[in-house]
Design a protein around this ligand. Structure first.
Ligand code: SAH
Length: 438
């Protein structure tokens, strides 16, 4: 990022206030509100120990007492059974997650210095993870970085802030200023998840900010891509309209492994999106890459990404085929096609807990039909991004399918990328398994 300034000179340690009597507790120093106005909650004993254990969510049905109605985004202070401060978080009267914890432990004033330190901590956590060949990565990964329901992704000199809860809406301007002050991006794009777009004034779902001329802003909103680097490869991200914040940054490390395995192989990339795995495979020396995706738009982005990287000899010489199809149907209907390396990275197959068992079966079936297309010595890479499917359940389903399909050597399993930390169970979604057919 241009002029990106690391902020190690800024205060990083939050200013911890001495213990205060119940009722004064923690909150924004700037609120200046009367003591009686502070939103105070008491929660069940079970929820108390969960919060003490570091979990960032308090569900509505765990709230035992509340001194008054609260508005979305207000700070709620939670007291324990002994009336001692337990935690402070963002209140949301509409969400089953009634409070998203910002801080638990000793009483804490969430003043400007505290917010600055929190952003700085997330940025510093990524120090040293990436060199200049990678200019696209996640700077804030929601709860796991202490910013519940909020992500911040960097795409070169553009930052994309995406909020998943209305509780952030009253704070957006303050966060925008903080981001501009600490990170000095050229552009900041704001996105809101679909579920909260109605709560935002005017239904606005994006803004572009900074030294963005009106023309660029309109271009971004129409879908013009931002180009960034990942491991030295150039990729486009559609930062205003694309899925997530425009790119699947969480698969970087798995793509690097695929690159290391691709030499001389014919590769199938099912659920290819904009060709992330495909570009790495091609640079790694794959003979050919076949992309399958339902979305014509995604396939066209992958074609453009191949063009953007033609300077790489492996990419220039790799045969690239795009197939617009339902990957499940295509795998079932084209038994004659064989590949030496198959990547299966479907969208989440369990969006809700009730879909969990069905999703595990679907992952198993998908792996099974993928394996039917593997040439002898071929490698299967199967991924799951369903938080509702536990890591071991997913691995077990794929291993079971592999056991039916031949003799496999397990090469490795993988988890979250280092810029996508997962600090609690519900945040732990990404897993991958690499198997080689003997
Ligand atoms: N592997 C990609 C990310 C995959 S996201 C990467 O590394 O960037 C999931 C992709 O699956 C999306 O592009 C979506 O369009 C596509 N998709 C969803 N359902 C599909 C289906 N039934 N068949 C093929 N593609 C599908």
């Amino acid at each position: 990022m241009k002029n990106q300034r690391r902020t190690s000179n800024n205060p990083v340690l939050p200013c911890v206030k001495p213990h205060q009597e119940p009722g004064s507790g923690a909150g924004e120093s700037s609120s200046g509100s009367a003591r009686s106005a502070r939103l105070r909650l008491r929660i069940t004993a079970a929820a108390e120990s969960i919060v003490r254990g570091g979990h960032p969510w308090v569900f509505a049905d765990s709230v035992r007492e509340q001194n008054r109605a609260g508005a979305a985004g207000e700070l709620a202070v939670i007291y324990d059974r002994k009336d001692a401060f337990l935690a402070v978080g963002l209140f949301d009267p509409e969400s089953p997650i009634r409070v998203r914890v910002l801080h638990a432990g000793k009483p804490q004033t969430l003043d400007d210095a505290w917010w600055r330190a929190r952003l700085d901590a997330a940025v510093r956590r990524r120090d040293g993870l990436f060199d200049e060949r990678t200019t696209g990565f996640r700077l804030i990964n929601g709860e796991s970085d202490g910013w519940p329901g909020l992500v911040l992704d960097r795409y070169d000199s553009t930052l994309v802030l995406k909020v998943y809860t209305a509780a952030w809406l009253p704070r957006l301007e303050a966060i925008r200023s903080l981001i501009r002050e600490l990170l000095r991006p050229e552009t900041v794009v704001l996105r809101m998840s679909r579920n909260i777009q109605g709560a935002a004034s005017g239904g606005a779902h994006s803004w572009c900010d900074g030294e963005v001329v009106v023309q660029k802003r309109e271009e971004l909103e129409r879908g013009a891509p931002v180009v960034f680097l990942e491991s030295g490869l150039r990729f486009e991200a559609e930062v205003v309209r694309g899925q997530k914040t425009g790119f699947f940054l969480d698969q970087r490390e798995n793509r690097r492994i695929v690159e290391s395995l691709a030499r001389g192989r014919t590769v199938l990339n099912a659920f290819s999106f904009s060709g992330g795995f495909s570009l790495y495979a091609a640079r790694g020396g794959a003979k050919s890459v076949t992309d399958i995706d339902l979305s014509k738009h995604a396939l066209a982005a992958a074609e453009r990404n191949f063009k953007l990287n033609e300077i790489e000899p492996g990419i220039a010489s790799c045969r690239h085929e795009s197939v617009q199809a339902d990957a499940f149907e295509w795998l079932a209907g084209n038994p004659q096609r064989q590949f030496d390396l198959i990547v299966l990275d479907p969208p989440s197959l369990a969006k809700r807990e009730v879909e969990r068992a069905g999703a595990i079966r679907a992952y198993g079936r998908l792996a099974e039909s993928g394996i039917k297309h593997l040439a002898p010595g071929g490698i299967l890479v199967a991924c799951s991004c369903s938080a509702h499917v536990a890591t071991e359940e997913f691995f077990a389903a794929v291993r079971q399918s592999a056991a039916l399909g031949g003799k496999f050597t397990e090469l490795r399993t993988t988890r979250h990328a280092p810029d996508h930390p997962a600090a609690f169970k519900e945040a732990d979604y990404l897993k991958g398994i690499f198997l080689r057919l003997s």
